[in-house]
Design a protein around this ligand. Structure first.
Ligand code: GLN
Length: 255
C-alpha cells in the first residue's frame, strides 16, 4: 500500500474547457490513486486563479470550443504561460485534451482564418477546417514497459494538428482520424506531457494510461524507486473491450 503518499491534480479552466465528459479523466486519476491509499486532491485553476506549480503533481487541461479557447487564451499565454512552460520543462505530468492540446502548441488558426494565440510550449501547430472529425476511435499505444495496447477513444474536432521535430506522436491511429487524418498519428508527447484528441472516456476506459500518468507523477514527487501498487482493472477492461468491439463492428459495416 502507498499510505502516507499525497498527489494533487490541477484541473485547469474546468469552467471553460470541459467538453464531452473531459472531467472523467480527472475522476479516473482521482479514483485509481485513492483506491491505492494515496491522499489525492483536485484543485481548480481557472482564469484569474493563482497558480503555484509546486502544489501540482498532475495538470489536466480539457477541450473547448473555439470561443472558449479565445476566452482563456490571454490568461494561458500571458499570465500562467511562463509557469506552465517551466512545469513542462521540469517534467511535471500533463494531460491535455483536444482544445487544451491545441492551446499548448504554436498557434491555432480558426477556419475563418483568425488566429488564436497559443502558448508555444510544444512544437506543433493546428489549423481548423470547416468539416469536423467526429468518431469513436481506436489507437495503438506502446506503454512504459514496452507492451502494446489498444486504446478506445472518441474524437470531435475541426482542428488538424501537425507535429514538429520537438515532439513525438502519442499513439498510432487504427480507427478514426487522429491529429490530421493524413499521417496516421494521434496526439503528442514531450517529456511527461501527453496530449490527445480523445475526450473524457480516455482514462476511464483505458486504465493503463491512467496508471502510466499516476506512476510518472508519483516517481516525480517521491523518486524513481516509487512503485504504483497493482490494482484490479477488470471493470475498466470490460468497458474497453465492449467499446473496441462496438467500434470494430461499426468499421466492418462501413462502406
Ligand atoms: N475548437 C477545437 C476544434 O474544434 C477543439 C474542439 C474540442 O476541444 N473538442 O478543433
Amino acid at each position: 500500500m502507498s499510505d502516507g503518499y499525497k498527489l494533487v491534480i490541477g484541473h485547469f479552466y474546468p469552467d471553460l474547457l470541459n467538453l464531452y465528459g473531459d472531467r472523467g479523466n480527472v475522476l479516473a486519476l482521482y479514483r485509481r490513486a485513492s483506491l491505492r491509499g494515496i491522499d489525492v486532491s483536485i484543485r481548480s485553476i481557472s482564469v484569474a486563479d493563482e497558480l503555484d506549480p509546486s502544489m501540482i503533481d498532475i495538470a489536466f487541461i480539457g477541450g473547448g470550443q473555439d470561443s472558449e479557447q479565445n476566452i482563456m487564451s490571454d490568461d494561458l499565454v500571458r499570465v500562467k504561460g511562463p509557469l506552465i512552460k517551466d512545469m513542462i520543462e521540469d517534467g511535471k505530468v500533463f494531460l491535455c485534451i483536444c482544445g487544451g492540446y491545441q492551446m499548448l502548441g504554436k498557434y491555432y488558426k480558426e477556419h475563418t482564418g483568425d488566429i488564436v494565440e497559443c502558448l508555444g510550449a510544444l512544437d506543433y501547430y493546428t489549423e481548423a477546417r470547416s468539416d469536423r472529425f467526429i468518431n469513436d476511435t481506436i489507437y495503438s499505444l506502446v506503454l512504459d514497459d514496452g507492451s502494446e495496447v489498444k486504446v478506445a477513444g472518441f474524437e470531435n474536432h475541426s482542428g488538424r494538428t501537425y507535429l514538429g521535430e520537438g515532439v513525438k506522436p502519442f499513439m498510432k491511429v487504427l480507427t478514426g482520424h487522429g491529429n490530421n487524418g493524413e499521417d496516421g498519428f494521434e496526439g503528442a508527447v514531450y517529456k511527461n506531457t501527453f496530449c490527445s484528441y480523445s475526450h473524457g472516456s480516455l482514462l476511464p476506459k483505458n486504465p493503463a494510461i491512467t496508471d502510466m500518468l499516476l506512476s510518472r507523477a508519483m516517481k516525480k514527487r517521491y523518486g524513481e524507486s516509487f512503485e504504483l501498487a497493482p490494482l484490479d482493472s477488470s471493470t475498466e477492461d470490460k468497458a474497453r473491450a465492449a467499446a473496441l468491439e462496438y467500434i470494430e463492428k461499426g468499421k466492418e459495416k462501413a462502406p
